[in-house]
Design a protein around this ligand. Sequence first.
Ligand SMILES: C[S@@+](CC[C@H](N)C(=O)[O-])C[C@H]1O[C@@H](n2cnc3c(N)ncnc32)[C@H](O)[C@@H]1O
Length: 261
Amino acid sequence: MANASRSAFAPEALICHGDPPAECRQVVERLKLDLLTDDNSLAANTLCLYWRDGALSLGRAGSREHPVAVDFVRALQQRRQGPELLMKAVNGHLSVKPSVIDATAGLGRDTTILLSRGLAVTMVEQSPVVGALLDNAMARLRAEPGLAEVAQRLGLSRLNACDYLAVNRADVVYLDPMFAASGKSALAKKDMQLFQSLLGHGDDGEALLNAALASADYRVVVKRGAKAPPLAGREPGFAIKGKAVRFDVYPLKSFKQLANG
Ligand SMILES: C[S@@+](CC[C@H](N)C(=O)[O-])C[C@H]1O[C@@H](n2cnc3c(N)ncnc32)[C@H](O)[C@@H]1O
């Protein structure tokens, strides 16, 4: 192992078959990983990062499962417009396009929905490993000629959201924290299992909600499992309910003021 102080659930190595490019080397240095050409020497199921054709992904040594990557380009190209609970919660399907801080960005799936509807989003992600996946996905988005305008609407801060929200504002702050009690999140089961072994369950829900309420100008939106209690026990102003998830909305100001001004 390259770094004895590394958490037992952090990836141990980055696997890159060929000559590692500068971006790949930066990830290795930043996360203090071993750089290997294959995962044969690692114990089965060891968490590791893979670098293939410019894309960074997270997986397990020897696993048949495809490693998990963030791919904004593919996600945006495959997205079909349709009624979207998240959009209803974020802007009430009005023509306004509020700026959004996605304070628990994860694999950026909810961010992709917001981007596809023309909103400007700043992602905040505290996990260095997930931050590296997002960073790499943003670089590939910037390199895609047809999506330059979308790339300009997307930002990333690799901080704890409470620290970021203490000094930054947006029209809407969106939270989808990883809570055992919520049972659901934007992540599919397989991705969720990988994430939980990497990140554990969040325990700063109350601090996050307080920071979000102090930083948002128009509303805070919190994603919960359909039957989960509200975050930190704080009842929202209203909720947009789906079969598996619920978006709790904490309105602060009417969007009419944003539309007028
Ligand atoms: C359930 S995932 C979010 C999934 C995301 N909504 C999506 O669509 O892919 C929660 C993420 O929030 C991050 N997170 C939790 N608490 C945080 C905090 N206080 N600051 C920044 N990131 C945080 C975790 O590291 C994890 O990546």
